[in-house]
Structure formats: structure tokens, C-alpha cells
Write a protein that binds this ligand. Sequence first.
Ligand code: SF4
Length: 328
Amino acid sequence: MRWNDKPYHSLDYELKRRYGEKIYKIALDAGMTCPNRDGSCGVRGCIFCSAGGSGDFAAKGVSITDQLEQGKQSFHSKKIGSHFIAYFQAYTNTYAPVSRLETLYRAALDEPSVVGISIATRPDCLGSDILSLLDALNREYADKFIWIELGLQTIHEKTGERIRRGYPLSVFESAVKNLQELSIPIITHVILGLPGEDKRMMLETCSFLADKGIDGIKLQLLHVLKNTDLVELYEKKTFEILDLMEYIDIVISALEILPPDMVIHRVTGDGPRDLLIAPLWSLDKRRVLNTLHQEMKRRGTWQSAARKTCNYNRKGVVSDDSGPVDTV
Ligand code: SF4
């Protein structure tokens, strides 16, 4: 197939293509908070967000250098991986004075085994001072990359209010424009299965992103985690949790409308086992991925299959839309 063994352009494929080896992500906790929690725009956070600020896998209270070392050691003990992505994951990682951010980002970029950093943040936390810093670092560390991950979740304003995201779509659009002017790649997080959304609405979000020149996407299943406000809505049965085949069907339809060069960073959720209330089927990640691959094979479909364009060439990458090519 075009993307080795997968019917979509996975991050794993993209990193092996670029670096010739598997690259691992080390999740970092830089000790941030979030304007949606500290009172600047809210105090309770997004309704699905855990106390760890969506960074439950990152180590806490340790310097970036030490976290990277710990992360590397955990991979070395498995005898895998020599290069890494430093993933600033927990909370809002551009929400601090620029001087502090610069120190944090440089600590990761200066580590020789780090090929790049990925910074998870909100689009309303990318002011001109932050953008100038990102631009300067992007130029200075030309042999490494800086990615920005934006937690959009949905383009629908009503859902955005329901989940207490705290900013309208126009803010996301401005951030995308600013980052694209600086040639900083953008990865967007989308949650599938949010309260009040049906398949059509979820696909509208994916379709919007497909036409925005977004570089990568994380398709994430909605998780109901302990100690979040989503639990109450779940217990009152105000929305339905997707079952496995519903989720697979939506992911496939989403992949079909995404352009072939958009990198798929995730096709399922990664909820911490001890916090997850529902859906419990998502704990078996291997089953989810196997089911997705088998179902795409059964349907004879692939990422971008529903797009009309041929020779899609948004970033000068020549690719054709004529379907997967079997090489075996
Ligand atoms: S913006 Fe991110 S860190 Fe802040 S409350 Fe929402 S999900 Fe959590």
C-alpha cells in the first residue's frame, strides 16, 4: 500500500520516511496551567479534561531535561529508539511568560536525541510575543522541527460552548493563519462523539480542517474520565457513548475526506486506564486498530478516497489520489 502497511498516512509512517527509523514521543509536563482553569476564561476547564490537563502520562515536578532522560531510559530498557519527539503535553504549553517558555523549549531542542518538539496549546494563547519566539526558534534550530498542537475538538460553536472550550472558531482560524505564515506545522485535535454531535457534524469538522491546510490531525474518541464534569452528563444519560463499530465507521468516513498528505497522528483515544469510566472497549487499543484496518480493507477504502482531486500537491509533495498501491 502507499503508506506501507496502512490505508492511511500514519505518523509512524511519516517519521520512518523522514528519519529512516521509528521515533518515539516523550510526554512532558512543563508545570503549566490553563486559562480555562485559572480563571482567565474559566475555572472548571473543558468538561472532558482530567485534573492532569490532558497530560496524564507526563511526569510531574521534574525538569524538562530530567523528564527527557527518564523517558529515554524507559525506551532504552526496551532496547528501542534512539531519537525522540519532546511532547509538551500537559495543560496549555504556551501559557507562561515568553522567557520561561524559551528556557523550556530550548532545554528540549538542545537535547541531541530530540528531533523536534510538539507543543500542545490553545489557539487563544498564541499572541505575537509567543509567535515571535516560535519563529526565532524555528529558524535557529533549522535541523529540528517545532509543531503546534491545537485542541479544537469541533468547529461547531454550540458544541464548543457545551464542552466549555472557551473560544470561538474564529480564534482558531486566526491562529492557523498566523502559524502558517511562519511555516510552523499545525496538528489539530478533534474529539469524535462529543455530546450533541452526530456523524454529519463530526465530518463537517474534518472537512473544514481538510481544506485549511492543516498538517496533521488527532482523531480522538471521547473518553469519560473520573472527576470530570462529563461524568454527570454521562450518568444522566444525556448523550450516547459510541460503540466500537459506530466509532470505526466515523473514523473511516473522516479519513476518506482528509487529504493524502495530512498526517494522521492518532485514530483512537489514549485514556488513562485508572481514570476511564467509558467506553471501556477503548482500553483494548490493539483491537480498535485491528478492527479499523480490517474494516477499511473490507470496504476497499483509504485516506482521501472520497476526495475528488487528483495529484494533490498542497506542499509541493507529488502524490496521486488513485488509491492504495499494492506492492506485494
Ligand atoms: S484547554 Fe486543554 S488543558 Fe485547558 S481545560 Fe481544556 S482540555 Fe484541559
